[in-house]
Design a binder for this molecule. Structure first.
Ligand code: MN
Length: 416
């Protein structure tokens, strides 16, 4: 597919993508999409009646400061909007291409707009679904012979996280302070974390609501998954280690988690489906699933010390996930938990099989024992103040690249 909007070579945003985000255009904030380096303000297209044919009951969804109302329309409607936009931007489509008035109001250079949180995150779950990550953590902290806990291969382990501190890429985060216990035989101490880490994750965002007491089957789960973002689940390992027994991580993961600004729809990623790992033992029937339920999405993490140039420190892939998103959502709801549009579900740290594909500093540097060499000559075992963590994700096949842009945050010194 070709577009009349210029698309630079290697862009994450060809006309096959059509992601959704929320942009600020100086005087207002609107739902938007992106083609190449051009951002399109959907509220202007709504003003001029471009969505009238779709019989959307409530066109105010295109004037809201978050995408939740848009996603609440359900996938049939939001998919129709996406396909209509794709048609408008095609090279042989004259409607918008030759309407200079609308173009002057609706089209902006990406550099001229600000990216906002695309959704209000009502609820946030973080899973733990990479077998390589769970195994590495088990080997480091428990028993190499029994690295996985007995439940791990039977259900997608997860916990309910904090949604208020999920922020959009470009938001910087202060080093958290908290309790740690560096020495077994000394009392716990209070202060800034010394073991600040990232977690390389993808997250899916749900569309539509379900009633309390209902469940979503593994077959129907994808009908409720609007799309995906990159997710950096920042973690303070020393705080985590002291606080996490018996109820799991708390303040060590609630001081800031960062998402990429464009939600890439499940439909844009359809061509990149692949089979996931073989599941042994076979999951219970409510989790049983066959076919290509994972996605081949390449993942990269760069660490940039201050103003120095960045170093690539991890290369992984979303296809390694042991539990699929469908299985995660089926499990989330099997006890009767209701879902809402805008809920966010983190995959868990995505580690691959090789040491350069581990999705956290904890694993890359193996608990501080194997420092990473940076291009500027410095070394890291955890994140320093003024380091910027940059995550990238893209799927590529047959000359088509569907990407997520980047998910970035700089770590500022601890607040006084
Ligand atoms: Mn996590």
């Amino acid at each position: 597919m070709k577009s009349w909007i210029p698309i630079p070579a290697g862009s994450d945003f060809p006309i096959e993508n059509i992601p959704f985000g929320i942009c600020s255009f100086g005087d207002h904030i609107s739902p938007s999409t992106r083609v190449g380096d051009t951002v399109i303000d959907l509220s202007v297209l709504a003003d001029y009646g471009y969505f009238d044919l779709l019989e959307i009951d409530d066109l105010t969804v295109f004037y809201e400061p978050v995408l939740n109302p848009f996603m609440s329309l359900g996938k049939a409607k939001t998919n129709a909007v996406r396909l209509l936009l794709q048609d408008l931007f095609k090279i042989d489509s004259g409607d918008l291409q030759h309407n200079d008035e609308v173009k002057s109001l609706a089209l902006f250079s990406f550099d001229a707009v600000g990216m906002k949180m695309p959704v209000f995150v009502g609820d946030y779950t973080d899973f733990y679904s990479s077998i390589e990550h769970a195994t590495n953590v088990g080997v480091m902290f428990r028993d190499p012979a029994n690295a996985l806990l007995p439940n791990w291969r039977h259900l997608p382990v997860g916990y309910h996280g904090r949604s208020s501190s999920i922020v959009v890429s470009g938001t910087n985060i202060h080093r958290p302070k908290g309790q740690t216990k560096p020495n077994e035989d000394q009392p716990a101490i209070f202060g800034p974390t010394k073991q600040l880490d990232f977690e390389l994750e993808m997250a899916f965002i749900t569309s539509g609501e379900t009633p309390l007491g209902s469940t979503i089957s593994v077959e129907k789960a994808r009908e409720y998954i609007f799309g995906l973002v990159l997710f950096n689940d920042l973690s303070a390992r020393d705080i985590q280690k002291w606080e996490y027994v018996p109820l799991g991580p708390f303040l060590s993961k609630s001081f800031g988690s960062v998402i990429s600004p464009w939600i890439v729809t499940l439909e844009a990623l359809e061509n990149f489906r692949v089979e996931g790992p073989v599941q042994e033992p076979q999951p219970m029937s409510y989790l049983k699933q066959t076919g290509p339920n994972n996605f081949d999405i390449q993942l990269e993490v760069y660490l940039k010390p201050g103003i120095a140039s960045e170093s690539l420190i991890c290369r992984s892939n979303f296809k390694h996930m042991y539990w699929s998103m469908d299985q995660q959502l089926a499990h989330q709801t099997v006890a009767g938990c209701n879902i809402n549009a805008g809920d966010l579900y983190g995959s868990g740290t995505i580690s691959g099989p090789t040491p350069d594909s581990y999705g956290s500093m904890l694993e890359l540097c193996w608990k501080g024992t194997k420092p990473i060499q940076m291009k500027d000559g410095s070394q890291r075992v955890f994140i320093h103040d003024h380091d910027t963590i940059i995550m990238k994700a893209f799927a590529e096949k047959d000359g088509i690249r569907i990407g997520f842009g980047s998910c970035e945050t700089t770590i500022l010194p601890a607040n006084n």
